[in-house]
Design a protein around this ligand. Structure first.
Ligand SMILES: *[C@@H]1O[C@H](CO)[C@@H](O)[C@H](O)[C@H]1NC(C)=O
Ligand SMILES: *[C@@H]1O[C@H](CO)[C@@H](O)[C@H](O)[C@H]1NC(C)=O
Ligand SMILES: *[C@@H]1O[C@H](CO)[C@@H](O)[C@H](O)[C@H]1NC(C)=O
Ligand SMILES: *[C@@H]1O[C@H](CO)[C@@H](O)[C@H](O)[C@H]1NC(C)=O
Ligand SMILES: *[C@@H]1O[C@H](CO)[C@@H](O)[C@H](O)[C@H]1NC(C)=O
Ligand SMILES: *[C@@H]1O[C@H](CO)[C@@H](O)[C@H](O)[C@H]1NC(C)=O
Ligand SMILES: [Fe+2]
Length: 448
């Protein structure tokens, strides 16, 4: 009886296939830890492995780091489950190329590599986009090629993944994470949540990505060279069915983070404050999205009361650049605050601009296609494009930030480029930064 059973198991191809498949690491992706010389490696297996290990090093697998795994059960009927492993690689040597693989004694990933930044005078180069799905991911091939050629230091994916990660009992999410592995296993893939992540209280987003700060990835900040990059969830304004607590918590955290970033010793090191979030405050598209309305929720805050509006907060704390997505198109705005354009110097609006600069870049491609624009052009809209594509950002130094827009329709041609140039980074002319708050944080900082 027993031998027969064993023979059956050994010749059953499904059994053999499953054994290989279930412990095999997949969906490998990187993120910055709390600083840029820390990398968090995240991957999935469908069965529990006894440990979560990354073997890595400069030129070979000479170091070993261990982490942990967490069972993630999707909210769909199938209760599709997987183990999501995270391992933190800390104290990395600056300006070095590391190789790594991840897994356990039950199975290892392919070998990947990543590059750590130089300790000083780093000019980080980022690729930025939102709204990229499994189907019609127009920008993905070019991003894969450029990522592996080492052009970028990191990716910012400004919300809306896969369409949707929870679809088909989260199989669509698995497929998406496999698709981006050829980018995200080589570069920190930094994210924020969009409306397409909403299902089951954003669980597919919160569990699959490992952003800094430990707040389920929905808000965090990280210093990247001369930039203090802040990622927020605009969705806390729109999905109040999950409670108002996340909104209040994020707003308070954001004000504290901005105050801290404005401590003179911090702003000197990271003069550029860049905020990313999914839904824009402004857009000139021709649909019924909130950004086409005057009183955008994220801009002015909750209806009637106008609590927790972000535009004034970001203006008051001298935010330089605001990056949004959600509209499947590209739009650059003149420096703007409360519908007023505050151009910089007479010749160039972006030289010492009088208000934050907004960019809407949600055109990496998804099954929903492109977005149209209103035939009436608002005076605050500087440039629009319906081309599929993504944005490149390079922070040269304290005074010079460069952005350009790549078109996939035009085989990678650059269809827009501009410099933001600033002598000084401080609250705008009419802004009122809460210096008492900044000072109180300074006292707290000194106590530590
Ligand atoms: C492996 O995972 C599958 C699918 O989740 C499950 O049915 C099976 O019981 C697991 N096997 C082991 C040995 O954990
Ligand atoms: C980095 O090194 C310090 C000092 O040796 C240690 O305390 C810390 O845990 C290390 N960080 C990581 C992520 O390994
Ligand atoms: C949704 O998740 C957030 C944390 O990300 C939590 O604060 C909130 O209570 C959750 N809401 C519900 C209804 O589970
Ligand atoms: C276009 O903009 C005008 C004025 O700004 C507005 O009245 C109109 O509703 C918009 N049309 C569409 C289709 O969004
Ligand atoms: C801002 O500058 C642009 C480009 O020079 C110009 O077209 C626009 O009219 C200016 N807006 C204001 C309010 O000065
Ligand atoms: C900053 O970078 C820009 C662009 O490369 C360059 O023109 C400028 O001289 C640099 N400024 C300093 C202080 O290095
Ligand atoms: Fe969206």
């Amino acid at each position: 009886m027993w031998p027969l059973c064993l023979v059956f198991l050994l010749i059953n191809p499904r059994f053999v296939y499953n054994q290989i498949f279930w412990y095999q690491p997949e969906q490998v992706h990187l993120a910055y830890g709390d600083t840029v010389n820390e990398i968090v490696v995240t991957w999935s297996t469908f069965n529990d492995t006894t440990e979560s290990v990354v073997e890595y090093g400069i030129g070979g697998f000479i170091l070993t780091a261990k982490g942990s795994s967490k069972l993630f059960v999707d909210g769909g009927d199938a209760k599709h489950s997987q183990y999501i492993h995270t391992v933190r690689l800390g104290n990395l040597t600056y300006n070095s190329r590391y190789v790594y693989h991840c897994g356990s004694s039950q199975g290892w990933s392919d070998e990947f590599w990543f590059q750590t930044p130089p300790e000083a005078n780093w000019q980080p180069h980022l690729a930025i986009f939102g709204d990229m799905g499994n189907e019609n991911a127009q920008s993905l091939a070019r991003l894969q090629q450029e990522a592996q050629r080492g052009i970028y230091d990191a990716i910012l994916h400004v919300g809306d993944f896969a369409y949707d990660m929870d679809s088909e009992n989260a199989e669509v999410g698995d497929a998406f994470m496999r698709q981006i592995q050829s980018v995200a296993a080589y570069l920190p893939y930094m994210t924020c949540a969009g409306n397409h992540e909403e299902k089951y209280n954003f669980s597919n987003y919160k569990e699959r990505f490992s952003m800094p700060g430990g707040s389920g990835s929905y808000m965090y900040s990280i210093n990247i060279g001369p930039m203090h990059v802040i990622s927020i969830s605009t969705e806390v304004y729109y999905f109040l069915n999950y409670g108002i607590k996340p909104l209040i918590f994020q707003y308070e955290w954001l004000e504290n983070d901005l105050a801290k970033a404005n401590l003179p010793e911090n702003r000197e090191k990271q003069p550029w404050i860049v905020v990313m979030g999914h839904r824009p405050m402004y857009c000139s598209n021709s649909n019924t999205d909130d950004c086409t309305h005057h009183e955008t929720l994220t801009r002015v805050g909750l209806p009637f009361l106008h609590f927790f509006g972000l535009e004034k907060l970001l203006y008051d704390y001298g935010v330089d650049l605001e990056i949004w997505a959600h509209e499947h198109s590209y739009e650059r705005l003149w420096p703007i605050y409360d519908y007023q354009v505050y151009n910089g110097s007479y010749e160039d609006p972006y030289v010492n601009p009088g208000a934050p600069v907004h960019v809407v870049t949600g055109s990496a491609g998804c099954k929903e296609g492109r977005e149209d624009f209103n035939a009436t052009r608002p005076t605050w809209s500087a440039l629009i494009s319906r081309d599929y594509g993504y944005t490149r950002l390079k922070a040269y130094n304290a005074s010079h930030l460069y952005l350009e827009q790549v078109s996939d329709d035009k085989q990678g041609a650059v269809i827009d480029s501009f410099w933001i140039i600033k002598d000084k980074h401080e609250p705008y002319k009419f802004a009122r930064m809460d210096w008492a708050k900044v000072d109180s944080l300074r006292l707290k900082n000194l106590e530590v």
